[in-house]
Design a protein around this ligand. Sequence first.
Ligand SMILES: Nc1ncnc2c1ncn2[C@@H]1O[C@H](COP(=O)(O)OP(=O)(O)O)[C@@H](O)[C@H]1O
Ligand SMILES: [Mg+2]
Length: 357
Amino acid sequence: MSKSFGSTLAVDRLDLVIERGSFTTLLGPSGCGKTTTLRMLAGFYEPDEGEILIGGARQNEVPPNRRNVSIVFQDYALFPHMTVLQNVSYGLKLRRVERGERERRVARVLEFLGLDALGARHPHELSGGQQQRVALGRSIVMEPAVLLMDEPLSNLDAKLRIRVRAELKEIQRVLGITTVYVTHDQDEALSLSDMVAVMADGQLQQFSDPWLLYHAPVNRFVADFVGYANVIPGRVEHAADGAAEVALAARSDAPLRCLDPAGRAHAGRDVGVMVRPEWFTVTGAAAERTTVDGLTFEAEVRATSYLGAFARAWVDVEGLAEPLVIEVNVTRRDQLERGTHLRLHVPHDRAVVVDGG
Ligand SMILES: Nc1ncnc2c1ncn2[C@@H]1O[C@H](COP(=O)(O)OP(=O)(O)O)[C@@H](O)[C@H]1O
Ligand SMILES: [Mg+2]
């Protein structure tokens, strides 16, 4: 589907098949069209072109209250003058669900979300995490075919966000409710989702599971957006079947065998090859040549930031204009001191062609 606002093409021919019961995330920077997509699914906007089907049934022109979807907003949009119980009951009341059934369903949801003791409170008497759960309760009590969530954790502080994230995943798993979730946070997307749709400028970049998104991004944008990407220039020597041998600028002696998920590599073409910071194995310069099946670079540490569990270092490699970023579990205090000489080993069949071609 597509949607424009004046001359802004907010969503550009987005085409997705979302599996029943799955947790799917729309991921992308601010302004890439995530909320517009969600609002079209909810029925608040009509697509200019295209079709929305739920369980095979066309949803276009069906008003929001007639669609079997429910949306959790970023600011929760709880009714301030209503209690928790009334907030969660409200949608069922609107749908004229009979009182006995309504009370049963609300009680079950409150208990499920650990809110049963808070039924009489008003939103201002709740913590941020509790408000978030009430907003979720208000949606899931409707037993929608599709649950939509627009950045629902962004108002929580960092630690709470990680806890509620884990809760949310568990709730979705137990209920098996088809969920479409919007975020600009790659950690959230990778940790919650069965499938992630990465968007940029209204267009779908990649739709795959979190593992492939991280390990086989189809372009530079996706590579950069879901983690740190070292991109090393090189020239393709040979390519076939989603794999390529690339002679890297920094190493003229042997090519590196790379993944080529988007089929960019053709013999003779210049490409960029992506290596994640933690994909390097690092040894001291004095170490014996390791048996890593791949390439070895000589490097020198330019700067380090120590992060507790691991350290990140910027290292200069001869033949590369930009320093590479590596991440290492350090076991000695001075392991990555500025000026230290290191050997970086990059295994075959791990680096990814993300640029050029
Ligand atoms: N109601 C609107 N009127 C005009 N432009 C809009 C409206 N809603 C969104 N846009 C524009 O559409 C683009 C996508 O917006 P949005 O879907 O909100 O992005 P995201 O949720 O990914 O941050 C942006 O350029 C935004 O400015
Ligand atoms: Mg948005």
